[in-house]
Design a protein around this ligand. Structure first.
Ligand code: COA
Length: 161
């Protein structure tokens, strides 16, 4: 197997912004493993199985994409894999501080692991899982911002047709 990268997150739910980073990563790496935090610090709307199912459905035609849950420290999970690279997407400047802190903490925990960043495409600059959930919960249209399956699951969750 060639070079693989780990793309971690809570993916609650996965958005077109995540998918754009994923597709671009596949032009650099031979494979991407999407590592889904099984129990992230923030409370999730979707449980682990639901979050993984939406990712599976959104990436089903790509045999270079793997999806796995992880728990505990991200660096410990990565250390057990066949790579030492973590990929994160950055949107606005506001993401920078958190990502900087996260990558430095991860570096302190394990110096062999490298974090690389990709800038989000301008089309997805303003979206986040939270803002998608807020709009969907109030009946707003989120078409074109998330994969079809996510649109459907959000409508089900909030009781809209
Ligand atoms: N386009 C648009 N939006 C994007 C995006 C993109 N390309 N990439 C990320 N986002 C948004 C997401 O929608 C999400 O929005 P939200 O904050 O409204 O929910 C936000 O950016 C980040 O979500 P996500 O990409 O899913 O990652 P995360 O920040 O939830 O993931 C972990 C954090 C899981 C990687 C981190 O907490 C972790 O490693 N936890 C394990 C414990 C650990 O090792 N901690 C670190 C050392 S102590």
């Amino acid at each position: 197997m060639g070079k693989m990268v780990i793309y971690p997150g809570s993916f609650d739910p996965i958005t077109n912004g995540h998918l754009s980073i994923l597709r671009r990563a596949l032009t650099i790496f031979d494979a991407v493993t999407i590592a889904v935090a099984s129990d992230p610090m923030k409370k999730t709307l979707f449980n682990l199985e639901e979050r993984m199912e939406m990712i599976r459905e959104s990436t089903k035609n790509d045999d270079k994409v793997f999806i796995e849950p992880f728990s505990g420290l991200l660096v410990d999970y990565v250390a057990g894999k066949n790579t030492n690279i973590i990929l994160r997407g950055i949107r606005a400047l506001s993401d920078f501080e958190y990502e900087f802190q996260l990558s430095l903490m991860n570096r302190k925990l394990n110096r062999n692991i490298q974090t690389i960043f990709m800038m989000t495409d301008y089309r997805w600059f303003y979206i986040s899982s939270s803002i998608i959930k807020e709009a969907a919960s109030l009946g707003g249209s989120i078409n074109g911002l998330v994969p079809e399956i996510v649109c459907k699951k959000l409508k089900e969750k909030f009781g809209f047709q």
